[in-house]
Design a protein around this ligand. Structure first.
Ligand code: ATP
Ligand code: MG
Length: 886
């Protein structure tokens, strides 16, 4: 039975039991505490906790899962990183009894698994479940074992260790793969640990308690069922294959790799394990990318990168050095695209991402590997059982080896790797990077302590800039050259700290505000605003009088500039939404700059945008502008924002309290920036450039509002300049250019005619002077024409006039000698050879060349030898003629 049939049967079976079939959730869950979806129940958590109402009390799914915990297990018979878990769920509806009956009926009647090879494990005190198995199903008590909370509880060890929340005992179902061995001596131990013989296929979780502090278990008013049946394991059992990898869910991938690498699966155990890992990681990587994960050095992207690079190393192990994941990806789509159409829809993108990541790693891999070898050898010969953290860091930082990869490769050589040392190198690098940023290192000597001190003495700055551009404030502190001072006078460059400010401090790509701070006895121009922790620093120059700590001042933002910034910021959100609409969901913001004069937006996308795409994005943004949508800021929780699908910057840290900017129906983003209140205030948006900044990252620059008008005027002015030069009205530019081109063509033709005529005259003259040599004519002469084409044409004309002839022409041009030779056909038949002639002649002028017997060209570096070379030619022709006639 094919994997796809098992999947379909499972869904059908539970549909026949009144379950609602729901689609697989993305591998990237809504839950920010999870890296990947690791089980079917993840998307249903809100139903189990009662936070949301299910659409139906019973559900069935086939869920894409990824378990990073199992990555070291991959290559064994039954563990994968990516796998499919089929599950049936009850939200306060049926419970244990029905769940066990359903499982038994499906396994024995729909899949026809042998009843006598099925075993089950229940939790120590779960007599209820044991009884159903024994009394109602009729399973022999000898095949029902009891296991503790480490094995048969969800979450594992919940009663003793927690977490608080819904929990309950599990009931696992196993298949005995070696029944011929008889009943094991210690069945519970064998079930728990002998996974070669007893393969766990299905886990039924009976969510029946609410754990409270101290491990108290209160029965849930509404009990739930959550189950997971592994598709790959089930397929392998039904297909009778030794491991999951020979089942139809993997074999085509292994075979594709066999073909690529020219190896055979099944001939060597180490190579087989590599092939299995490659197949597993290829599948996982394809699914990850199709769900929007991009290789990177953090979080999900890091897991993806690890799998890709690990697969590349495994490929090297079997002797394959080329790009391959890109080429395995379509096989994954062929195998599974019927059920998961996103694989087919995003295949080009998936392949581009894979290829780029493979190439990136490929460039440093060999040097990295030999570096690692050296380190391993050095450690071994020094008798040290571990590699240093620094070594692992260099491999990571310079050669792109994920730490775990170095660890795995070192372990294969019997060495451990110092993880702590590695982490501290990483930490050190982060610290250096932070110091390098211009953030107040100058002012605070790079330490966080002075900030903490300032927080104590002056407290946080209140930001009033969402509502107002002007505020009455008090100067809390003045810093000059990193020192607190009481007063600043004309000409001083200082940082001013206020108790409240309307100035936006640079963050999230939006630049800091500028403006003016005015007190009774002086004023300062604010050139930039930055913040650290919750203190705002106004970089200012005192322009007149004096400012003192404690002064009451008016802080006023440059309004025109801020309005331009706000237009650009809201336009950036519209642009982001439009790009995703036009190019696809893989578009993710990777950086942005929101300045008064323009906006810049960097995003993931793998090829240059076409002019049509750019226009479509521009149209979409401007449509939204003209539709005059409200722009609504809202303060909410991170969970709530994610639930509503707010776009967040990947890798960005957000507190639990967040601000979102909603343009209802168009865009929802987590954002702390300042915005206009309706989209129409943007005026118009125009993209002015689109280009690449790094592999897979594009950059768009665009302008809005008054900048568009300025841009239009610039274009208009250039157009007028062109018209002025052409001396026509602007409307007549095109016909004027056509006329110009036409007249140029005519002049060129006239010029060519003149050239031809003068060549004809020259040919006439030369023909008259041609020398008679043994029944044919010979010309060896300088020409006035100095380009090869002109000379060839002249040679043709001469040959036409002369009949049987040898023509050798030379000229001097651009500090070089140029030769052309032509031998008429009848003389070629007599053994004369233009190529050889011209070669020997050019050699006289320090050059070389050659060609066909009838026609050849050559050049020489020394034009002063031109005459001598022609003389040589003349001698050679005579000599050749003499030889022929003699
Ligand atoms: P194991 O102990 O074999 O790792 P598990 O107890 O971690 O399994 P569950 O969390 O109960 O498994 O998941 C339910 C089912 O999903 C399992 O019975 C199995 O069929 C399947 N499964 C779990 N992990 C994997 C994996 N890494 N690869 C393939 N299938 C898996
Ligand atoms: Mg497991």
């Amino acid at each position: 039975m094919l994997g796809s049939e098992i999947r379909r049967k499972y869904i059908e079976f539970f549909q026949s039991k009144d379950h609602l079939h729901l689609p697989s959730d993305s591998l990237v869950p809504d839950d920010p505490s999870l890296l990947f979806t690791s089980a079917g129940m993840v998307q249903f958590k809100p139903y189990f906790t009662g936070a949301a109402q299910p659409p139906h009390p019973r559900a069935v799914t086939a869920q894409k899962c990824l378990r990073t915990d199992d990555i070291d297990e991959v290559g064994d018979a039954v563990h994968h990183t990516f796998f499919e878990m089929m599950g049936n769920f009850s939200f306060g509806d049926y419970f244990k009894r029905e769940a066990i009956h359903f499982a038994w009926e499906f396994l024995t009647e729909w899949l026809k698994l042998p009843r006598e090879h099925i075993w089950t494990s229940v939790y120590l005190d779960d007599d209820e479940a044991a009884e159903v198995w024994e009394k109602e199903i009729g399973l022999s008590p000898s095949r029902i074992v009891r296991l503790g909370e480490d094995k048969n509880y969800w979450p594992a060890n919940a009663p003793s260790k927690g977490p608080n929340g819904p929990c309950g005992p599990c009931n696992e179902i196993f298949l005995d793969m070696r029944p011929e061995l008889g009943t094991p001596a210690d069945p519970a131990h064998a079930i728990a640990y002998d996974s070669n013989r007893f393969v766990e296929i299905w886990n039924l979780v009976f969510m029946q308690y609410l754990r409270g502090d101290g491990g108290t278990l209160t029965p849930l008013p509404k009990k739930n069922i959550d189950t997971g049946l592994g598709l790959e394991r089930t397929a392998a059992i039904l297909q009778g294959t030794p491991t999951n990898y020979e089942s139809d869910l993997f074999l085509p991938l292994i075979q594709a790799m066999e073909r690529l690498a020219g190896v055979r699966y099944g001939s060597d155990e180490t190579a087989d394990a590599s092939l299995r890992t490659i197949a597993d990681h290829a599948r996982a990587a394809v699914f990850c990318i199709a769900d929007g994960v991009m290789p990177s050095n953090v979080k999900r992207g890091y897991v993806l990168r690890r799998m890709i690079r690990r697969a590349v190393i495994k490929a090297r192990r079997i002797g394959y050095e080329g790009i391959f994941l890109r080429d395995l990806a379509p096989t994954v789509a062929e195998m599974m695209g019927g059920w998961y159409p996103e694989l087919k829809d995003r295949m080009t993108f998936v392949q581009t991402v894979l290829e780029s990541e493979e190439q990136k790693f490929d460039r440093t891999l060999s040097t990295g590997l030999s570096r690692l070898d050296e380190e391993i050898r050095a450690a071994k010969s020094a008798g040290v059982p571990r590699l240093s953290g620094e070594a692992a860091f260099v491999l990571y930082d310079t050669y792109g080896f994920p730490f775990e990869l170095t660890e795995e490769l070192a372990r294969a050589e019997g060495l451990e790797v110092d993880r702590e040392g590695f982490e501290s190198c990483m930490e050190e690098q982060r610290r250096r990077a932070q110091q390098g940023s211009r953030m107040f290192a100058d002012v605070f000597g790079g330490t966080g302590e002075s900030i903490a001190e300032l927080q104590q003495t002056v407290g946080a700055t209140a930001f009033a800039g969402y509502e107002a551009l002007r505020a009455e404030a008090r100067i809390q502190a003045i810093l000059r050259d990193g020192q607190l001072v009481d007063a600043a006078e004309e000409g001083d460059e200082v940082q001013l700290v206020l108790d409240v400010t309307p100035f936006y401090a640079e963050a999230g790509g939006q630049v800091g505000d500028t403006g003016r701070i005015t007190g009774r006895s002086g004023s300062a121009a604010v050139r930039d605003t930055r913040k650290r922790a919750d203190i705002w620093f106004h970089d200012a120059v005192v322009e007149a009088g004096e400012l003192r700590t404690g002064d009451t001042v008016t802080a006023e933002v440059d309004g025109e500039r801020r309005w331009a910034i706000m237009r650009n910021h809201t336009a950036t959100h519209l642009l982001h939404a439009a790009l995703r609409k036009v190019l696809g969901d893989h578009v993710a913001q990777s950086g942005s700059l929101v300045a008064p004069d323009r906006l810049r937006f960097d995003f993931s996308h793998f090829q240059a945008m076409t002019p049509d795409e750019i226009r479509a994005v521009e149209d979409e943004v401007n449509r939204r502008i003209l539709e005059d949508h409200p722009v609504q800021p809202e303060h909410t929780t991170l969970d709530e924002a994610r639930r509503k699908g707010a776009m967040a910057l990947f890798g960005e840290k957000y507190g639990t309290e967040v601000r979102t900017i909603a343009i209802p129906g168009v865009s929802l983003e987590l954002c702390g920036g300042t915005h206009i209140s309706r989209t129409s205030q943007i005026g118009l948006m125009k993209i002015v450039s689109e280009g690449s900044v790094a592999a897979g990252i594009r950059r768009i620059e665009a302008i809005t509002g008054a900048a568009v008008l300025a841009h239009l005027r610039g274009l208009e002015q250039r157009l007028e300049e062109v018209a002025h030069r052409l001396q026509v009205p602007a409307a007549d530019i095109l016909p004027a250019i056509e006329r110009l081109q036409q007249s140029l063509r005519e002049h060129q033709q006239a010029l060519e005619q003149i050239r031809d005529r003068s060549s004809a005259d020259e040919a006439e003259e030369m023909a008259r002077l041609a020398e008679d040599v043994d029944g044919f004519k010979a010309v060896c002469s300088r020409t006035s024409s100095t380009d090869a084409d002109g000379m060839s044409r002249l040679a043709d004309m001469l040959a036409d006039r002369l009949g049987p002839s040898v023509v050798l022409l030379g000229s001097e041009s651009g500090g070089k000698a140029l030769f052309v030779a032509k031998v008429s056909a009848d003389l070629v038949a007599r053994g004369l050879h233009a190529g050889e002639l011209v070669k020997a002649v050019a050699a006289e002028a320090g050059g070389g060349g050659g060609g066909r017997p009838e026609f050849a060209k050559a050049g020489g570096k020394d034009p002063s030898r031109l005459d001598a070379a022609l003389e040589k030619g003349r001698a050679l022709i005579r000599e050749a003629a003499g030889r022929r006639s003699g």
